[in-house]
Design a protein around this ligand. Structure first.
Ligand code: ATP
Length: 396
């Protein structure tokens, strides 16, 4: 199933499909059905009700917003634990294309932008190699739980994301325009942050090591091929679920809804919002932030490599926050360094980077903007937990 949002990015997704995408899929002999989304939440409703046994994969040709809908639609199903293992593919058609840029980064040396990125992702799609993908459950103080695959942002990044929506017609440049405008009216945000450190991070508070040093071959221990994208039965699901069980160390998520008390994916690392965080969490002092950003992937946009060491199923949120007191030039330097992912090696006392398994953010400054995967959500306390490798992404 190939889902195309004709409105995404600069409105060119349909011509990308009829051009390079269709010719590559045809050449690779991959039969598929094209579905053009007609309105917001169309994709969500579609996958919520679809007979998933008909499809070997769901491919998104759009921005990250459409994949957010698909993942949430899958998780809203009765059979969420099976549904979320449906292989997902991403082809860049939006203005940010964070997951597509990350998928390319995990598999290829050197950056790719625009049509090069599209061709790279389409090539990976034709190869059809499936890897585990982390999903993050996000709890707000009211409303239903959300599922995220990409990012949680508060402060500068969230403001730029939402404020730059009006510059959508300039494509990826909208983030640059938004960043410059927000820099001119730089503000800080008071709040409280707490997190559960990743195991290897629990005693360190330092910046990550060199971005280039990460061994790429480690990220995908359970790769398997969906030959010609024609999986006809659920054997593959069962096979991957066994692999995932071993990879998770048994404590980051439960494998099936039968193993959960209420039939839902349990957030075993979180205490209810309003209660104190669990005792093994780190609690930062209440302070002023310029931004708080937690990402699952290397890229936040095609030219914004925020967490170079991230892997699609590392079980971590890569938490990056900048505290008040940073100058405008220093902040601009950090954003410019993010083009190559070298910001983590900059000597900046206001920049803190941690790998975490769960976090809670309690904004005090009001009003403000919080985004999940680039979508604005209710402003207020928010907490999140990573569920390691419980979805599937066509990667390489
Ligand atoms: N036909 C449509 N008309 C209007 N909105 C749509 C349509 N189809 C899907 N949508 C909505 O458009 C929203 C944005 O889509 P998406 O994120 O994929 O593109 P984008 O915002 O251009 O990309 P990016 O997230 O990279 O900026 C989604 O929330 C989706 O629900």
């Amino acid at each position: 199933m190939v889902l195309v949002n004709p409105q995404s990015g600069r409105g060119q997704a349909m011509s990308l499909y009829t051009g390079p995408v269709l010719s590559m899929l045809t050449e690779a002999n991959i039969s598929h059905t094209l579905i053009t989304t007609e309105h917001q939440n169309h994709a969500r409703e579609l996958v919520r009700n679809a007979d998933l046994s008909q499809w070997s994969a769901i491919v998104i040709l759009s921005g990250d917003g459409l994949l957010f809908e698909v993942i949430n639609g899958l998780m809203e199903r009765e059979d969420w634990d099976e549904a979320i293992r449906t292989p997902l593919g991403i082809l860049p058609g939006g203005s940010g294309n964070a997951l597509a840029a990350s998928v390319h980064h995990y598999t290829q040396a050197g950056p790719a932008l625009g049509e090069d990125l599209l061709l790279s992702c389409c090539f990976l799609l034709c190869k059809g190699l499936v890897c585990p993908l982390d999903i993050v459950s996000v709890c707000l103080s009211s409303g239903p739980r959300l599922f995220s695959f990409l990012s949680l942002a508060w402060g500068f990044v969230a403001d730029v994301d939402i404020e730059s929506e009006k510059f959508r017609n300039v494509g990826a440049m909208r983030f640059l325009v938004g960043t410059l405008l927000r820099l001119a009216s730089l503000r800080t945000y008071q709040g409280r942050l707490a997190f559960l450190p990743a195991r290897e991070d629990s005693k360190s508070s330092s910046i990550s090591s060199s971005p280039a040093s990460h061994p790429r071959s480690l990220f995908c221990p359970s790769v398997q091929c969906i030959s010609h994208m024609q999986r006809q039965n659920s054997n593959q699901h069962e096979c991957t679920s066994e692999n995932t069980r071993h990879n998770s160390n048994g404590d980051d998520f439960l494998l099936s809804k039968n193993e959960s008390k209420d039939g839902r994916l349990p957030d075993n690392r979180l205490s209810p919002i309003g209660d104190p965080v669990p005792t093994d969490w780190t609690i930062e002092k209440e302070q002023d932030f310029v931004l708080v950003l937690a990402t699952c992937h290397s890229h936040l946009a095609e030219e914004l490599m925020v967490s170079p060491d991230a892997q699609p199923d590392d079980g971590h949120l890569h938490l990056l926050y900048i505290t008040a007191g940073i100058s405008r030039p220093a902040l601009l330097r950090l954003f410019l360094a993010m083009e190559k992912g070298t910001h983590l090696t900059c000597e900046c006392p206001h920049l803190i980077y941690r790998r975490v398994r769960a976090l809670r953010l309690e904004p005090i400054t009001k009003p403000g903007v919080i985004t999940v995967d680039g979508e604005q959500v209710e402003y207020g306390p928010i907490q999140a937990q990573v569920h390691k490798g419980c979805a599937r992404i066509i990667c390489g």
